[in-house]
Design a binder for this molecule. Structure first.
Ligand SMILES: Nc1ncnc2c1ncn2[C@@H]1O[C@H](COP(=O)(O)OP(=O)(O)OP(=O)(O)O)[C@@H](O)[C@H]1O
Length: 232
């Protein structure tokens, strides 16, 4: 089976800055659950931005679901992301004045592929995900800006998971959750990924979650770039 993600000799620098990431090799196979750890500022979110096609490497190759992202236009990468990925952003990126339901189902408006993978009406699938994440039903028609940060994080997760994307990318998705919600969140995330056969790339500072993953990597060990973090 071909890799979901394959990185070779990739390097990336933010404009005017020293090289932040130099990654010789990283592969994710379908269904694999990868945990990436690293101190603040080590480049975890930047790496996820590259994998999602939001950023472009300066050198090297980046194959996502069999497509060479370095050869696609920004618009083509947006298409792959909308159709084949679910991305839980660190800052959620929800549409504040739309309701919880509208935010979750918005992911389907932009992707016929995600709509096709549903096996029930969109609102029912959104309800199933929101219930599994223990988000009270009274909130579902509320605009998301009225929700707590932890509740918004769960809406962002439901939006990423709807339509069974083959690749799920999660950037610190449990940072605002209490222990009970975190546990429900992790169970749903794993159950959904397993059911859909999705690969998962998960970045977190929460080392307690590491044993749940099939592979754990340290970005500092993977990264050949010398960066200016104190003590590194
Ligand atoms: N949009 C940007 N423009 C310029 N530099 C950036 C930008 N985003 C991040 N950086 C720089 O890249 C480096 C790595 O940032 P990044 O957010 O990838 O780290 P991180 O490991 O995800 O950190 P954290 O754990 O705090 O979220 C930092 O030095 C940061 O200042």
């Amino acid at each position: 089976m071909s890799a979901l993600v394959s990185i070779n000799a990739l390097s990336f620098a933010w404009p005017g800055q020293a090289t932040l990431l130099k990654i010789n090799n990283l592969t994710l196979t379908p269904g694999e659950r990868l945990f990436i750890r690293g101190p603040s500022g080590s480049g975890k979110s930047t790496l996820l931005g590259l994998l999602a096609g939001i950023l472009q490497p300066d050198q090297g190759s980046l194959m996502i679901l069999g497509q060479d992202f370095t050869r696609l236009s920004g618009h083509q990468r947006d298409r792959v992301r909308a159709d084949q990925m679910g991305y839980i952003f660190q800052q959620f990126n929800l549409l504040p004045y739309l309701s919880v339901m509208e935010n979750v189902t918005a992911a389907l408006i932009f992707s016929a592929h995600k709509r096709k993978r549903l096996n029930r009406p969109a609102s029912q699938e959104a309800a199933r995900l929101l219930s599994a994440l223990q988000l009270p039903e009274v909130l579902w028609q509320q605009p998301v800006h009225k929700l707590s940060i932890g509740q918004q994080q769960r809406v962002a997760a439901a939006r990423a998971l709807i339509g069974r994307p083959p690749l799920v990318i999660a950037d610190e998705p449990t940072s605002a959750l209490d222990a009970g919600s975190r546990s429900a969140f992790m169970q749903l995330l794993f159950a959904e990924c397993e059911h859909a056969g999705s690969g998962l790339i998960f970045v977190s500072h929460d080392a307690g979650l590491e044993p749940l993953f099939s592979r754990v990597i340290s970005l500092n060990q993977l990264n050949g770039a010398k960066h200016a973090e104190p003590g590194l």
